[in-house]
Design a protein around this ligand. Structure first.
Ligand code: DPN
Ligand code: CA
Ligand code: ZN
Length: 330
């Protein structure tokens, strides 16, 4: 249980100690002189928005992830060489752009890693996080699930660097391992953080499957989620409203990596273009595509390749990540 509104966060000195000795941090007495970490916040007007992310740049990362899967037995799954090869590609690009990256290793019937990338600067007591899973299932290369989120997050991060964004909040990205085994990497990350570090996370926004070939436009429902989640949902809905694209709320529950953050009381949100479920006639009328077919007919299949992507959905959702990063870290 988090104490955001009850207790102040630990002061600078205590946080230094917490870094040096994580176990002791849990028992630190809150310092009354410390500042309260800024909660996630959002105001619509003016809709400042982030830069337009060229979808071709996201597709170029997807092509690399496909080539990496092709060269490594056809997948990027946890415990397989393609997973680490894909993560290395993302990490190298982030390092070259000036991010501070680290790999968090964990074991889940094999070794896995989360990739954490910090953009230097901002208020370290108010960390805004954006992430998605970097692993595929073993049956295929996982280009929509979740090369799409991984590639779009990477391109937005590279754009942060290109534009020299100086956010008020501290900006951190995460690419999670072993999501397909049961949210293992993200759960590991959240449980590895001392309470004082968790309390500094103002929000987490998740991107898992954002280029489905028969796309829907789903925004994670903030209902029943931690206080502050509604601000994320509203911000994302406003992005699509600006484009004239209707959205539907979706309860993702425990099906993706926001869950561990939500369980820790952190405001969460995200966007999703649909998996195995069937697009209705109403949904096809407002979004186009094929009624009576799955949003992603290749979900968890070997055919989840480069051709299993709707470029329009990938473009709109990549731009949504940029909007979210620029707006929610301001
Ligand atoms: N978590 C996704 C997967 O990797 O299989 C599926 C999914 C994503 C389902 C988002 C619901 C919402
Ligand atoms: Ca774009
Ligand atoms: Zn999946």
């Amino acid at each position: 249980m988090r104490l955001r509104h009850t207790f102040v966060t630990l002061g600078t000195v205590a946080l230094t100690l917490a870094t040096a000795c994580a176990a002791a941090a849990v028992d630190q007495v809150p310092d009354a002189s410390a500042s309260v970490s800024a909660p996630v916040s959002y105001t619509k007007a003016p809709f400042a928005a982030g830069p337009d992310i060229p979808v071709a740049d996201v597709q170029a990362h997807l092509a690399r992830l496909q080539a990496i899967a092709d060269a490594n037995g056809g997948n990027r799954a946890h415990g397989q060489p393609g997973y680490r090869a894909g993560l290395d590609y993302i990490e190298a690009a982030l390092d070259a752009a000036g991010f501070t990256t680290s790999l968090q290793e964990f074991t889940a019937g094999g070794t896995g890693w989360n990739l954490i990338a910090d953009w230097p600067g901002g208020d370290e007591n108010a960390v805004m996080m954006f992430g998605g899973h970097a692993d595929s299932v073993t049956r295929g290369p996982g280009i929509n699930d979740n090369g799409s989120g991984s590639a779009a997050l990477l391109e937005v991060a590279l754009t942060v660097a290109e534009q020299g964004l100086q956010p008020a909040k501290h900006l951190r990205f995460g690419w999670w391992g072993a999501e397909e085994l049961g949210l293992v990497g993200s759960s590991n990350y959240v449980s590895s953080l001392p309470a004082a570090e968790l309390d500094k996370i103002a929000g987490y926004v998740n991107f898992d499957m954002i280029g489905s070939p028969n796309a829907g436009y789903f925004v994670y429902d903030s209902n029943g989620q931690p206080e502050g989640s509604a601000a994320i949902e509203t911000m994302l809905n406003d992005h699509y409203a600006e484009l004239g694209v209707a959205t539907e709320p979706v309860s993702v529950g425990g099906r993706s990596d926001h869950a561990a953050f939500a369980d820790a009381g952190i405001p969460t949100g995200g966007v999703f273009s649909g998996a195995e479920e069937t697009k209705s006639a109403d949904q096809a009328a407002k979004w186009g595509g094929t009624a009576g077919a799955a949003f992603d007919p290749c979900y968890h299949q070997s055919c989840d390749t480069l051709t299993n992507i709707d470029a329009t959905a990938l473009d709109r959702n990549s731009d949504a990540i940029a909007d979210a990063v620029w707006t929610l870290t301001a």
